[in-house]
Design a protein around this ligand. Structure first.
Ligand code: FMN
Length: 220
């Protein structure tokens, strides 16, 4: 666990400027690539995403190979971001939450925190009763978790000066086929292209369209 010595790292104003700077990038500069150190931090940020019960019911498929990226626009509503970006992240999540998966997670917890599995038995029961109560809806639940990772990824990218485009405009079943997920416990839910904005991407200068806070925030 890292000790924080200075907090906050950014002022409120700096953080809001960062969020104003980010936008859903429509056109990436195909000649710019994210450097390995920055990419490593982005991957770590994905791994650090919080999830319900801590179960991390996801796989993040990172695509940086041009040959694969070139195949993506035709299964992404013709959008060019997956081809021109530096790295594409595909968020896949569990189709079913079963006892084997829960036990694998609990073993990892026991190892990491040096506690016995018996110690985690109460927690195991709670998770399994959740799994039982939500049977048939595990894919929806795990997709919710994947979207938390998407949010964390977008905020991280912005903080590091990396452009991103979250993408639901994809054909998940075709992504599954291309990425070899069809026979796996995971299914494609959403994706995100990352890289650097093309200087001619006019969307970067568009005013943000957001409802007035009074319409979306209720204070009690
Ligand atoms: C989950 C999600 C999926 C999205 N899918 C696409 C997409 O497939 N293509 C695209 O160009 N923009 C996509 N967007 C971008 C939104 O249109 C954009 O975030 C929204 O209009 C707000 O604009 P801003 O992000 O530039 O502030 C998506 C956004 C989210 C959050």
């Amino acid at each position: 666990m890292t000790e924080l010595t200075t907090h906050p790292f950014l002022t409120a104003e700096q953080w809001l400027q960062t969020l104003e700077w980010r936008y859903a990038t429509k056109r990436f500069d195909p000649n710019r690539r994210i450097d390995p150190d920055t990419w490593q931090a982005i991957e770590r940020s994905l791994v650090l995403t919080p999830s319900s019960f801590g179960l991390q019911p996801w796989k993040f498929v990172v695509i940086a190979t041009q040959e694969i990226k070139d195949q993506l626009p035709s299964i992404s509503w013709g959008q060019s971001q997956p081809k021109d970006c530096s790295h594409m992240v595909v968020f896949a999540s569990l189709k079913e939450l079963d006892a084997d998966y829960v036990d694998r997670f609990l073993q990892d917890t026991a190892r990491t925190r040096s506690v016995s599995l018996e110690n985690l038995n109460g927690y195991r029961k709670v998770i399994l009763s959740f799994a039982e109560a939500t049977r048939g809806m595990h894919g929806v639940w795990s997709a919710h978790q994947a979207y938390i990772a998407l949010g964390q990824l977008m905020a991280t990218a912005a903080a590091l000066g990396i452009d991103a485009c979250p993408m639901e405009g994809i054909e998940p079943a075709k992504y599954d086929r291309l990425l070899g997920l069809e026979e796996s416990p995971y299914a494609t839910r959403v994706a995100c292209a990352l890289g650097y904005r093309h200087e001619e991407d006019g969307y970067a200068r568009n005013a943000k369209v957001r409802f007035d806070p009074s319409q979306v925030i209720t204070r009690m």
